[in-house]
Design a protein around this ligand. Structure first.
Ligand SMILES: [Zn+2]
Ligand SMILES: [Zn+2]
Length: 704
């Protein structure tokens, strides 16, 4: 991408790849020397005066991306971008005003007003809530209709102007839409992870993924602690590009097994479920409970939390919604909707953690790897996916080689410990950086604040009350943003000194809100908006889940002696299959054959059955008849061979999941008999089985 303008003395700036998106983020300063240079772009829901041109008409890429079931957004890669230069005393002034601003329902999240001019950029006023993001006037231009107005002049409007570069870090909200490779380039199975006797997740790899990436919005992250929001605007047109032949790994979960897994993780520790319930109850409105999990709900979620803290601080009677939320958090009850929400939090937290672990291991840049989360309940870009998975991909055509390296180690050198190392490192860092510290800070807060009791009794008591009484009889506490806001409301006039004292006092409290920049959330790399992020990660849930997953990776084989009823395990394995099934069994029943045929027809699985002819067994005679017919009609996708001496029994799915034992693949073998069963997801066990199967297959005779 290229930004240049008509001034001959100005050098043009050119950038490639993802880096271009960080450089050419609209509203971010390109240069701030004796004048301010930045790109301005039309924003959705905003009117701008006067009109302007920000890009060349011709584009390298111009396409429509589905952003909701019926709405699409144009994404462009223009040949040229035209930055604006604001020189001292220049009269150029561009004012962005939210449409329909007179109606209160349109104040969904800030900003609603911003001005770009030399004087606003050089000495701008702003609102602590970000509604007026930047303005050259010393009185808020929105006083007439702002529903958040407090006093006149408004108490939340700044009294001193500040230069724009000291006010915000401006960064892009980058959307990445990953496209699945198809046909022969589809994801290759690498390794499966079990949970009890079923497959929980399957890791796959492709070097033929592709994605569209674009700046979809711009986030203004305040540099001042006492600004309470992260104002966000959305661009009318996305600014981005397409990439193909991208290396990617997908970790796909089986819905039923993940449900069971997440339920058990939540049940294992009431504090985990309490955190998730709090986030769920704040983020999802009661009327939306059975609906999709959408984005841009974080601002309202924060308002709900603010109300809880405010009522504690002011000692006023709690409203009904607040009472219900607090009670739900205390009770810690687990519902099916909560499990869905928790699953999304788990996937999202996992995506960040795996991404960070790969970045740390290979020493690459954080932008080199992107992530993408699919969940049937998650509605972010386009139509929700049927699949439940996390995808990590390299953000370069042809890949950088990190992911390929990682996969090679697992596949070619059977080094599963490389995956163990990644997970172990993550668990350790969570505990050290956040969880232990939080528990300690919360317990010691009383003591830590004692020295200040004498002089600042009121303030100290206020802080203690917020931390200990917002969610009584739990170790749950409010987000630091809501705490600051509530205190500012009761103590209106703050001197600079009092403010820094308060900052010192608050610094002694726990900071990580079950997920923070130190453990999970990464502002820059996150696909979610900053005000949504705290509600959509859970450090404790992920930590507990990873501890379980680590055990299962270390013990990939489960052996159950004398078990009855393994039909369900068998069916779960079939539903996990994507490429092929090798089955060996001296006897096989018709129902099993039909199950396999259905898979071959619906999912184009390659099926190989190895069995024997037994003239003394009625069932086997009928099965052989059917298999002979199928071999004739469905070869080579569905094949059967027979061998005389056959004792081995087992089924290998996608070369990575093995079910074997004393049972035959017959209805009685799978449903009623008492059998020895083993589920083997080890790299060695599955490889050995495959070698043995191939050997027998060569010796066996085709059925004709
Ligand atoms: Zn943290
Ligand atoms: Zn994220």
């Amino acid at each position: 991408m290229r930004a240049s303008n008509s001034f001959k003395d100005q050098k043009s700036i050119t950038r490639q790849g993802i880096q271009a998106l960080y450089t050419f983020t609209p509203f971010k300063l390109l240069r701030a020397e004796e004048y301010y240079t930045l790109l301005l772009a039309p924003a959705a829901y905003f009117e701008v005066t006067p009109h302007f041109t920000w890009r060349s008409k011709s584009c390298r890429v111009s396409l429509k991306v589905l952003v909701a079931r019926r709405a699409s957004k144009r994404v462009v890669q223009p040949h040229q971008l035209y930055p604006f230069i604001f020189k001292r005393d220049s009269r150029d002034m561009y004012v962005y005003k939210r449409k329909n601003i007179e109606k209160e329902t349109f104040w969904r999240y800030p900003p609603t007003y911003m001005e770009f001019s030399w004087s606003a950029l050089n000495s701008g006023y702003y609102c602590r809530f970000g509604w007026t993001l930047l303005c050259s006037q010393s009185r808020c231009p929105q006083e007439k209709y702002c529903p958040y107005l407090k006093g006149s002049p408004c108490r939340y409007y700044s009294t001193k102007p500040i230069p724009y570069p000291s006010l915000f870090n401006v960064y892009p909200r980058i959307q990445m839409k990953f496209e699945d490779p198809i046909g022969e380039f589809a994801f290759l199975p690498i390794v499966a992870i079990r949970y009890k006797d079923d497959p929980l997740a399957i890791l796959r790899f492709t070097d033929h993924g592709s994605f569209i990436t674009f700046i979809d919005g711009v986030v203004f992250s305040p540099k001042l602690a006492w600004m309470f929001t992260q104002p966000t605007i959305f661009l009318q047109e996305g600014l981005g590009f397409e990439m193909s032949n991208v290396h990617a790994i997908a970790l796909e979960f089986l819905p039923e097994i993940l449900d069971d897994f997440i339920r058990n993780v939540l049940l294992s520790d009431i504090n985990i479920s309490r955190w998730v319930i709090l986030k769920y109850r704040l983020y999802i409105e009661e009327s939306e409970r059975n609906n999709y999990i959408r984005e841009k709900k974080g601002f309202k979620a924060f308002e709900r939390l603010d109300r809880i803290v405010k009522q504690i601080v002011q000692g006023i009677k709690q409203d009904e919604t607040t009472i219900k939320i607090v009670k739900d958090v205390q009770n810690g009850n687990i519902t099916p909707e909560l499990i869905d929400f928790a699953s999304v939090l788990f996937l999202h937290s996992l995506a960040h953690t795996l991404k960070n672990a790969l970045v740390a291991k290979y020493g690459c840049k954080t932008d080199d790897i992107g992530y993408y989360v699919d969940h049937p309940k998650l509605r972010i870009l386009g139509v929700p996916s049927e699949k439940i998975r996390v995808i990590l991909f390299e953000t370069a055509m042809g890949g950088f080689g990190y992911i390929k390296n990682f996969i090679d180690e697992i596949q070619n050198f059977s080094r599963i410990d490389i995956l163990e190392e990644l997970i172990y490192a993550a668990i350790k860092s969570f505990r050290k950086s956040c969880e232990e510290k939080v528990v300690q800070n919360l317990r010691n807060l009383n003591n830590e604040l004692k020295p200040f009791q004498e002089h600042y009794k009121e303030l100290v008591n206020l802080i203690l009350k917020i931390y200990y009484n917002s969610f009584p009889n739990t170790v749950i506490y409010p987000h630091i943003n809501s705490i600051r806001k509530a205190i500012v409301e009761v103590i209106p006039e703050f001197s600079e000194e009092e403010r820094s004292l308060l900052d010192d006092l608050l610094a002694k409290g726990p900071h990580c809100w079950d997920g923070c920049q130190l453990c999970i959330m990464m502002e820059r790399g996150c696909n979610f908006l900053p005000f949504d992020q705290p509600f959509l990660v859970s450090e404790r849930l992920l930590r507990a889940a990873l501890e379980n997953i680590l055990i299962m990776i270390k013990h990939p084989i489960s052996f159950s002696p004398l078990k009855t009823g393994i039909r369900k395990n068998f069916e779960m394995l079939l539903s996990a299959a994507r490429t092929k099934i090798d089955l060996v069994s001296p006897w096989i029943s018709l129902e099993i054959i039909e199950d396999l045929l259905r898979l071959h027809r619906e999912k184009h699985l390659k099926i190989r059955i190895l069995t024997k002819i037994d003239p003394n067994n009625e069932m086997q005679i009928r099965s052989i008849e059917r298999l002979t017919y199928l071999s004739k009609n469905y070869s080579p996708g569905f094949q059967t061979r027979v061998i005389e001496e056959l004792h081995a029994k087992g089924m290998l799915v996608d070369d990575i999941m093995l079910l074997c034992g004393s049972f035959n693949f017959t209805i009685s073998g799978l449903s009623t008999n008492v059998e020895n069963v083993s589920l083997d997801f080890s790299l060695k066990g599955t490889k050995d089985f495959k070698i043995e199967f191939d050997e027998l297959w060569r010796k066996a005779k085709p059925l004709v």
